[in-house]
Design a protein around this ligand. Structure first.
Ligand SMILES: *Cc1c(COP(=O)(O)O)cnc(C)c1O
Length: 415
């Protein structure tokens, strides 16, 4: 990684990109905002805001219902967005794309439906030590119901999965592996392809939480050979409340439905209901049509910039941030994986992350503080939380310079 001048080596026109995001030009506490919390939720480009507005102004009707022109237009816009998602993650087919509210719902759907069908007493579900609560709790709920056990593959001090331990834990009892692609707290990029190969060698399917991978790198679910992949719209510059679950057709067909209601049925009588084909079997009720259309616009926006250029630019930002933050005496980085996305978690001396975050906020710098929905991971490192700065392609060297100056100022005040 080159740590010198990210903006000059970048193929991206960052000034133009920043103009596409109206929020980035507002002030915060009297200073131009420095937004370094995209890992919690990213900002939205004009094209996404306009796509949603256009839909409500000119195209709104319920989908998949009406014979009339307007409903058909809405349905077409909705299904075109599904095809965009398919292309974005290189899924084999559109019916394998299920719209959900986000990663949380995607994982709950699989835990519930896969679990009801395939988990029994004494079985195991294998996750990793760096999971977000949303890839822990749904599995605990179904394991408790079924008398199954949740197992946790360990990580090393750098915050990397210990692959040999993971492989050893793939016993005959494991029915499914659920792992994050990229850790939201450490930035660690997991070796998904190797993990999937190990699990598949034992006939075990793999679910991947792609919440933190999809904003930063090109995803090919076929090359990774994952059985399930889920991501959230709001972290890929799209709207909140919409997300995606990809599942291989054979698994989605084998699982019972999640929610019952309209849209997911073929025929209903009071005695017996038959279910609709994929993807509708898992999309009961009126969906978030505007959210889906906004998500489609967000994916178009990302594709236009290009994920390879995004990854490259963010890698230079990350290297620059680490290099500059090292100037802060007493700084300690949490997560030093060799393969890392643009997330930096740190602590300074004994200063509480919350105090640091509060002073940074006064300086117009938005960072995340706390456990980042990964309490077991914080316990592993014996810390209460971290300060986390996360970067998107709209961040700049100047943002990082302001962060470093802010941290130095805060440390001088609190140290
Ligand atoms: C944000 C996040 C989630 C939860 O996503 P929601 O959009 O809140 O459902 C799950 N896993 C990881 C790694 C995340 O970063």
């Amino acid at each position: 990684m080159e740590a010198t001048t990210p903006t000059t080596v970048s193929k991206l026109n960052i000034e133009q990109i920043r103009r596409d995001f109206p929020l980035l030009s507002r002030d915060m506490n009297g200073k131009p905002i420095v937004f370094l919390d995209s890992a919690a939720s990213s900002q939205k480009p004009n094209s996404v805001i306009e796509a949603i507005s256009h839909y409500y102004r000119f195209q709104h009707a319920n989908v998949h219902r009406g014979v009339y022109q307007l409903s058909q237009e809405a349905t077409t816009a909705f299904e075109v967005a599904r095809d965009k998602v398919r292309d974005f993650i290189h899924a084999p087919s559109s019916p394998e794309i299920i719209f959900v509210r986000g990663v949380t719902e995607g994982i709950n759907l699989v835990a519930s439906c896969f679990g009801r069908k395939f988990l029994k007493e004494g079985d195991e579900v294998l996750i990793t030590a760096m999971e977000h609560h949303s890839n822990i709790v749904p599995w605990q709920l179904i394991c408790e119901e079924k008398g199954a056990h949740l197992r946790v593959a360990p990580i090393n001090e750098a915050g990397e999965l210990i692959l040999e331990e993971f492989e050893k834990m793939l016993s005959d009892k494991v029915r499914i592996v659920a792992t994050t692609h990229v850790s939201n707290t450490l930035g660690t990029i997991n070796p998904i392809r190797e993990m999937v190969a190990m699990a598949h060698a034992k006939g075990i399917p793999v679910l991947v939480d792609g919440a933190q991978a999809t904003p930063h790198m090109a995803i090919d679910v076929q090359a990774l050979d994952v059985d399930f992949y889920t991501f959230s719209g709001h972290k890929v510059f799209g709207p909140t409340g919409i997300g995606v679950l990809f599942g291989k057709e054979k698994w989605l067909n084998a699982m019972p439905p999640y929610h019952g209601g309209g849209e997911m049925i073929k025929t209903v009588t009071f005695e017996k209901t038959t279910y609709a084909e994929l993807p509708h079997k898992f999309e009961a009720g009126t969906p978030d049509i505007a959210g889906v259309i906004g998500l489609g616009a967000a994916l178009d926006y990302i594709q236009e910039i290009g994920l390879d250029a995004i990854t490259q630019y963010e890698n230079t930002l990350l290297a620059y941030a680490i290099k500059r933050l090292k100037e802060v005496p007493g700084i300690r980085f949490i997560g030093a994986a060799k393969n890392k996305a643009s997330v930096v978690s740190f602590l300074v001396d004994n200063i509480h992350p919350y105090d640091l975050g509060t002073i940074l906020d006064k300086l117009g710098i938005a960072v995340r503080t706390g456990h980042h929905c990964t309490q077991p991971l914080m316990d592993h490192f014996c810390i209460p939380g971290t300060v986390r700065a996360s970067f998107a392609f709209y961040n700049t060297v100047e943002d990082i310079d302001r962060l470093v100056d802010g941290v130095k100022k805060a440390v001088a005040m609190l140290g």
